[in-house]
Write a protein that binds this ligand. Structure first.
Ligand code: ARG
Length: 567
C-alpha cells in the first residue's frame, strides 16, 4: 500500500524546516472526513517560521502542488488538510489486503527478538475461575500479536505449585478425601477439601501444625508427600488443559514456582554480595524505603523463601535461558506492589535488563451476581461460564438459522469468542462486570457481532462464488462513495493497530478497530447492493467484501477468537 503520510511529507519537506521523519510523525488521519483524509498541524512550526500557525497553514496551502494522488490541500485553523484521490485510495487498500490475505498486518519488526509472556499462571489445587479469564485472554492475544510482528514468543505458565497450602491439602486429603472421588470430581473435590480444612482449622489448631509438617516434607522431597502433591498437580492440570484447549491457548513453558525452589541460592547470594540484603526481625529483606515501598521480603525467619524470591530467581533464569528483549507479566493489578518491588530489586542489583520487565496489569472480572473468594468456596468456574455462553449461543443460532450444519461447533466458537472478547474489549485496567446478555448480543459491540459480520461477508462471496473467474472486470466507479471510503480507511489502519496493541499491551486497540470495521461494513452493505445483475459493479464491491472478511478474520484470530464462515 502507498505510504500516504510519506507522500505528503515529501511535498512539505522543501517548504518547512523539519526532517521528513518528523513530518510523517506529525501527520494524522482525520477523524472527520469533511476535513480531508490526512492533517498536518502547523503549531510546531510557529517559532522557527516566525508566523502564526494559521498563517503558516495558509502559506503552505498556496505553495504545495497537488497531483493525481494527493488531489487537494486546504488550510483550516492552523491545520493543513490533505485530500487523497478516493478511487486511488480505495483501490490501493483493497488490493493490498487481498494480496496479503491472512498475512495482512504482519510485520518483520520483531525479527531476531524474543518476548517472554508470563500469563494465565494457574494455581495447583485451585479451580480455574473467572478471575483467570483476563490474564488468559490478554496474554494469549499478546502472544499472537507479537508473533504476527515477527517476534519469537515464549509463553510461560508460571504455575502456582509451591507453598504451605499444599501441606494443608495433604492433611485434608488424608483426613476426609480419597483418590477415587478426587479422580472423579477433579479440582472441585480438591477445592472442597481445601475449604473444609479452613473451616475445621478454627476449632482444631493442631491441623495447622500437621499441615506445616507436611509442607516441610514436600520441601525435603519426602516420597509420600511428593507423590500426593504430584497427584494433585496432575488433577489440576487435566482440568485446565481442557479449558486451554477450548480457548485455543498454548504455552511453551510450565516452569512455575516449584521449579525455582533450588535456583534461589545464587540470586540471593548475588543480592547479598551487592550489599542489598539486610536483616529485619530475623528475616532477610531488601530495604526499599528510598523508593517509597515496603521492604521486599526474601527469606523468612524460619529460612523459607517467598513469592518475590521465586520471581527474582525466575526473572534471572528467563534472561539466561531466553535472552528476552522484553518479559511481560500479565497479572491483576492487585499485584502492582509485588512487581514494583521485584523489578526494583533487580534494578538495584545492577541488572540493566530490569527495564525490560513489564507488569501488564488488568482489572477485575465479576459476574453480575457478585464476586467470589476461593476460601469461602463460592467461585464462579470459567468452565461454567463458557458452557453457559455456548448453550445460549446454540439457542440464538438455532433460532436465527435452524438449518445451519455443525450448529454445535459454531455455538462453541461463538460462546467461547463471546467470553474471550469480554476480557479484550476494554482498556485492560478497567474492572468489568460480565453479563451473558451483553456479551452474546449479536447486534452489540461483541464478538458474535464481529463473527456474524464476517459470516455475512463469506455468504456474499459464496453467493457469487464464480465472480473471481468471471470475465467481467470490476467497475470501480461503484466504489466511489463515502461508505466505501470510510470502510477502507479503517482497513488501512489495521497494521498500525496491530503494532499499537502489541507495544501498548492493549489487545482492545484491535478489538475496537474491528467493531468500527464491522459497523462501517454494515453501513456499506445497507447502502450498496453487493449482489446485483450489474456484474461489473458487483465484482468491484465483492473485492471490498473480501478485504473486509480478511481483516475481520485476521483480527479475530489475533484476539484468539475463531471466525466461522457460516453462522
Ligand atoms: N499464580 C499467581 C496468581 O494466580 C500468578 C503468577 C503470576 N506470575 C508471576 N511470575 N508471579 O495470582
Amino acid at each position: 500500500m502507498e505510504n500516504y503520510k510519506l507522500l505528503i511529507a515529501k511535498k512539505l519537506i522543501n517548504n518547512t524546516p523539519l526532517e521528513e521523519a518528523e513530518i510523517v510523525s506529525l501527520i494524522t488521519e482525520t477523524a472527520d472526513d469533511s476535513f480531508g483524509d490526512y492533517a498536518f498541524p502547523c503549531f510546531r512550526l510557529a517559532r522557527e517560521m516566525r508566523m502564526s500557525p494559521v498563517q503558516i497553514a495558509q502559506k503552505l496551502a498556496s505553495e504545495i502542488k497537488t497531483d493525481d494522488v494527493i488531489v487537494k490541500v486546504e488550510a483550516v485553523n492552523g491545520y493543513l488538510n490533505f485530500f487523497v484521490d478516493r478511487m486511488h485510495f480505495i483501490w490501493d487498500v483493497v488490493t493490498d489486503v487481498i494480496k496479503d490475505g491472512n498475512k495482512y498486518g504482519n510485520d518483520k519488526i520483531g525479527k531476531g527478538k524474543t518476548v517472554c509472556i508470563d500469563y494465565s499462571s494457574v494455581n495447583i489445587c485451585k479451580s480455574f475461575h473467572i478471575g483467570h479469564l483476563s490474564t488468559t485472554a490478554i496474554g494469549s492475544s499478546l502472544y499472537k500479536l507479537y508473533n504476527a510482528l515477527g517476534y519469537k514468543v515464549v509463553g510461560i505458565n508460571h504455575l502456582g505449585d509451591y507453598g504451605t497450602q499444599f501441606g494443608k491439602m495433604i492433611v485434608a486429603f488424608k483426613l476426609w478425601g480419597d483418590r477415587a472421588t478426587v479422580e472423579k470430581l477433579g479440582v472441585a473435590e480438591l477445592q472442597r477439601l481445601y475449604v473444609k480444612f479452613h473451616q475445621e482449622e478454627v476449632d482444631h489448631p493442631e491441623l495447622t501444625e500437621q499441615a506445616r509438617e507436611w509442607f516441610v516434607r514436600i520441601e525435603k522431597g519426602d516420597a509420600e508427600a511428593q507423590e500426593l502433591f504430584e497427584f494433585f498437580k496432575q488433577i489440576t492440570l487435566a482440568d485446565v488443559l481442557e479449558i486451554y484447549k477450548r480457548l485455543n491457548v498454548k504455552f511453551d513453558s510450565w516452569n512455575g514456582e516449584a521449579f525455582f525452589n533450588d535456583k534461589m541460592d545464587a540470586p540471593l547470594q548475588m543480592l547479598r554480595d551487592r550489599g542489598l540484603v539486610s536483616e529485619s526481625q530475623g528475616a532477610q529483606v531488601v530495604d526499599l524505603k528510598d523508593y517509597n515501598m515496603p521492604p521486599c521480603l526474601l527469606v523468612k525467619s524460619d529460612g523459607s523463601s517467598l513469592y518475590a524470591t521465586r520471581d527474582i530467581a525466575a526473572a534471572i533464569w528467563r534472561k539466561n535461558e531466553y535472552d528476552f528483549n522484553k518479559c511481560l507479566y500479565v497479572v491483576a493489578y492487585q499485584q502492582n506492589l509485588h512487581f514494583k518491588q521485584v523489578f526494583k530489586v533487580l534494578e538495584l542489583a545492577g541488572l540493566d535488563w530490569a527495564k525490560d520487565l513489564v507488569h501488564v496489569a488488568f482489572g477485575m472480572v465479576s459476574l453480575e451476581d457478585g464476586s467470589m473468594s476461593t476460601r469461602k468456596g463460592n467461585v464462579v468456574l470459567l468452565r461454567d461460564v463458557i458452557d453457559k455462553a455456548v448453550a445460549k449461543s446454540l439457542e440464538i443460532i438455532t433460532a436465527k438459522n435452524p438449518d445451519l450444519p455443525n450448529r454445535e461447533k459454531v455455538a462453541e466458537q461463538v460462546g467461547v469468542g463471546a467470553v474471550l472478547f469480554s476480557a479484550l474489549e476494554n482498556g485492560r485496567i478497567k474492572d468489568i462486570t460480565f453479563t451473558f446478555d451483553r456479551v452474546l448480543n449479536f447486534d452489540g459491540e461483541t464478538a458474535p457481532y464481529l463473527q456474524y459480520t464476517h459470516a455475512r461477508c463469506c455468504s456474499l462471496l459464496e453467493k457469487a462464488s464464480d465472480w473471481k473467474k468471471s470475465a467481467v472486470a470490476g467497475d470501480y466507479r461503484a466504489l466511489d462513495n463515502i461508505e466505501t471510503l470510510r470502510l477502507c480507511k479503517l482497513l488501512s489502519v489495521f497494521p498500525q493497530a496491530v503494532k499499537d496493541a502489541a507495544f501498548k499491551y492493549e489487545p482492545s486497540i484491535v478489538s475496537a478497530l474491528l467493531i468500527d470495521i464491522a459497523q462501517a461494513f454494515n453501513r456499506f452493505y445497507i447502502e450498496h447492493r453487493v449482489i446485483s445483475e450489474n456484474l461489473a459493479e458487483q465484482n468491484a464491491r465483492l473485492q471490498v467484501v473480501e478485504a473486509t472478511a480478511t481483516v475481520l478474520k485476521k483480527g479475530l484470530t489475533l484476539l484468539g477468537i475463531e471466525a466461522p464462515d457460516k453462522m
